[in-house]
Design a protein around this ligand. Structure first.
Ligand code: HEM
Length: 479
């Protein structure tokens, strides 16, 4: 229609801008392009159109206000190959996705997840105790709280040990997905569809070796926990969970329609684990890392909790509104290192125009959340962890509750688990701050071992380079 594409880096023939992207931290390249070319950037990767949005206002104008165009997902050939095309987060914008979303919106809405308050506090308490008992097992404790929270809410399944076979299976699927199913690999497959059909031994097609085991694992992780809930319900012993609530509603019905609905619920439940476990654990890593690196923040939180909660009990949700600094720590954790730094890729389902630019149908739309939360004009000294930035000059906490945080995405595909994440994260953060002090570990010579923040990619997970020392303050659980 004669309109130009948004500005962007000059592409090379065939490869497009593939060689200009920092593969391990593409959000840094995209933020850099944002500074050079503006809030909306066009790039081409192996023949595929990419629209990269670095500006929150533009992201809201397109995803929130033009949801009918910007809510699709890119077609990634590997999703089907790996058996994960059932996942709500990867489904194209259409009827199946709508059915999934309806279930998710109902079962994870604010009022429903509020009914799990005791569960979040109990799991958070176990987490703090585990950290206290064996600080060196930090990674296992973080995995434990994330997996056990999600398994309890989804299936009413109590994870008993760090080595739960079911959780291990699900974790294997998550690992494969985050390694293999990236939009960049999707672009590679779209550019060279032949790769999908080459044998796994062929150079460049080695990733396919994981496809069959992944498909088998996916089948198992969908069916086994579902059958577990049915078995418990038959014995009259199933606690409240997403799946048991759903099956209770179906009670008495039979036939093909029920089988179909059960299949949908199996898919939604498996999605919840895949979508909720790594994001939860990554966020907790970021929080723990920040506490080790910023002891003054930790001290201020200890003082706030001490003043409000006292020394005779642990905090609970009734204290939440009286602990604004703890709230600000949660918000800053999501801002400082958004654990899904590029959100999930969206795609356009028809041509569009924006501010005189042409946006083609089928373009992959990347929301650079990391770039937005590190925008120096909005967050001065963005690389530093500063909960204070979430307060107004009059000392009041800003009116930006966690469920509207950019880290949960935008528009019709916004994270349906955000209310759950808000509450489960708060419980873990406040429980750790109320009962522990995190410090750098000491080396053999008695000096502090420096902590070098290092991040793995996939869904971006922070790893603390050396296990921190964790002390129970004053020998008691409460400060
Ligand atoms: C701190 C924790 C979490 C973060 C930062 C997070 C972030 C995100 C983001 C950025 C998206 C993509 C949104 C978009 O496309 O615009 C997403 C999607 C999704 N999240 Fe979360 N999430 C978290 C926890 C959870 C939890 C606990 C659950 C489940 C209980 C969950 C379930 C999902 C699902 C099912 C989708 C796909 C939605 C769709 O495509 O329609 N997430 N999440």
């Amino acid at each position: 229609n004669g309109l130009p594409l948004p500005p962007g880096p000059r592409p090379l023939p065939l490869l497009g801008n593939a060689l200009q992207i920092n593969i391990t931290e593409p959000w840094i390249t995209y933020a850099d392009w944002g500074r050079r070319y503006g809030g909306i950037v066009y790039s081409r990767l192996l023949g595929q159109d990419f629209i990269i949005i670095n500006d929150e206002k533009i992201a809201r104008a397109l995803l929130d206000q033009r949801g009918a165009i910007y809510s699709d997902r890119p077609v990634i050939g590997t999703n089907k190959l790996f058996g994960v095309d059932f996942n709500t987060g990867l489904l194209p914008y259409g009827d199946t996705w709508r059915v999934h979303r309806k279930i998710l919106n109902q079962t994870l809405r604010g009022e429903v997840v509020a009914s799990y308050h005791d569960l979040y506090l109990r799991k958070a308490y176990d987490f703090a105790l585990n950290l206290m008992d064996s600080p060196g097992g930090l990674e296992a404790h973080v995995q434990m709280i994330s997996a056990s929270l999600i398994m309890a809410v989804t299936y009413g399944y109590e994870v008993q040990t760090h080595d739960d076979p079911l959780v291990n299976r699900i974790q294997q699927v998550v690992d494969i997905i985050t390694q293999v199913l990236t939009p960049e690999r999707g672009a590679l497959l779209m550019a060279f569809p032949l790769l999908e059909h080459l044998p796994a031994w062929f150079p460049g097609a080695a990733f396919k070796r994981l496809a069959r085991p992944c498909r088998e694992l996916v089948k198992e992780i969908m069916e086994r926990p579902f059958e577990y809930v049915k078995g418990r319900m038959a014995q009259g012993k199933a606690p409240q969970s997403m799946v048991s609530d759903f099956l209770t509603q179906l009670h008495g019905d039979s036939g093909d329609a029920v089988t179909e609905q059960e299949q949908v619920m199996m898919e939604v439940a498996a999605t919840v684990f895949i979508g909720g476990s790594e994001t939860t654990s990554s966020t907790l890593y970021v929080f723990l890392l920040a506490m080790v690196l910023y002891p003054e923040v930790q001290e201020r939180a200890h003082a706030e909790i001490s003043a409000v909660v006292g020394n005779d009990r642990l905090p609970d949700f009734d204290d939440r509104s009286s602990l604004p600094y703890v709230e600000a720590i949660c918000r800053e954790t999501l801002r400082w290192q958004p654990v899904v730094p590029l959100s999930l890729p969206h795609a356009t389902s028809s041509d569009d125009t924006y501010e005189g630019y042409f946006i083609p149908k089928g373009a992959v739309v990347i929301i650079n959340t990391w770039g937005m939360t590190h925008d120096e004009t909005r967050y001065p000294d963005a690389a530093s962890f500063k909960p204070e930035r979430h307060f107004n000059p009059d000392g009041q906490l800003k009116d930006e509750p966690i469920p509207v945080n950019l880290g949960f995405g935008l528009g019709r595909r916004i994270c349906p688990g955000r209310h759950f994440a808000d509450r489960s994260m708060w419980a873990a953060v406040v429980m750790v701050l109320a009962s522990l002090r995190l410090t750098k570990a000491t080396g053999p010579a008695g000096g502090e071992i420096e902590v070098r923040p290092d991040f793995t990619t996939g869904l971006a997970m922070s790893v603390i380079a050396s296990p921190p020392d964790i002390e129970c303050t004053d020998g008691s659980v409460v400060l």
